[in-house]
Design a protein around this ligand. Sequence first.
Ligand code: TPP
Ligand code: MG
Length: 290
Amino acid sequence: MTTTTRPSGDLDTICVNTIRTLAIDAVEKANSGRPGTPMGMAPVGYQLWQRELRFDPADPIWPNRDRFVLSEGHASVLLYALLHLAQVTAVNPAYETVGRASVTLDDIKTFRELGSRCPGHPEYRWTSGVEATTGPLGQGVANSVGMAIASRCQADRYNKPGFELFDFDVYALMGDGCMMEGISDEAASLAGHLGLSKLCWIYDNNHVTIEGNTALAFSEDVGAVFSGYGWNVTRVADANNLGSLSKAFQIFRDEAERPTLVIVDSHIGYGPRTSSTPAPPTASRWGQRR
Ligand SMILES: Cc1ncc(C[n+]2csc(CCOP(=O)(O)OP(=O)(O)O)c2C)c(N)n1
Ligand SMILES: [Mg+2]
C-alpha cells in the first residue's frame, strides 16, 4: 500500500511553495542558475497564472490570450514551473499543436542542459508558452509595449459592436536590472504617451542586483518617474500577500486610460530558513509559524 504525504498549509501556500521548491531543485540539479528570484516572485507568478491571466492551457496559441512576459529572464525557472504546473500544451514552431506538455517534470530536470526545453533563459518558439525571448535586461518589457500596441491595433481593426474579438492584456515581470536599463524608460515613455491601458508591468522591487544592494547604483523614485511618463502607479508592500496582489491587478483592469506599474516589495530567496537569514518581521515563512 502506498501513502501520500500531503504538505501542510492552505492550498495557495502549497502551490506557491511547490513553485519555490521546483526552482530550488532545478537549479540544484543543474548546479547553475538562480533560484532566488523565482522564490521571491513565486506568489506573484501563482496569483497571475491561477487567477488573473485569461488563457487556455489546451490552446496556447489562442489569439486573444493574455500575454505574460518574463523580462527578468534569469528567473526562467519560474516560468518553466508555471508552464508545467498550469499544464500548458505544446505547439511546434509552425504553431501546430503536437499533443504533449510544453514543459514536463523531466524537462525541468534538464534545466540549462544543451537542447533542453528549459534553457537558461526563455526562448520564444523553442518552449511553447514563452511569449518573448528574454535575458538582456529591459528587452522583455520593451517587447511587451509592442504586444500592447498589437492588442489595440487588432481591437481597432477587427472588433465590431457586440463582437469583441480582441481585448487581451499584457503583463510583464521585471526586476531592478530591467528598471535600470535605458530601453525600459524609452518603452515606458511611449506606452504612457499612447495610453496603453492593456499593459501592466510588475516591478520586483527586491532592492538587490548582482553587484549587491541597489543603493550602490540606483536611487531614483520609480513611482514618480512612471507617474511622469503618464502611468498609473500602484504598490504591493508584501509579495506574499495574494489579496493585495489581487487588488493591484483589479486596479490595473479598472484603468482605461493609462498603462499600470505595480511595484511589489519582495525578498529574494524567500522561503527557506537558515541560521544566517532570519525571518522577515512582516510575514511568516512558508505561510505558517514555526
Ligand atoms: C542588458 C543586461 N546587462 C547585464 C545583464 C547581466 N545580469 C543578469 S541578471 C543581472 C542583475 C539583475 O538584477 P535584478 O533585475 O534586480 O534581478 P534580481 O537579482 O533581483 O533577480 C544582471 C546585471 C543582463 N542580463 N542584461
Ligand atoms: Mg533585484
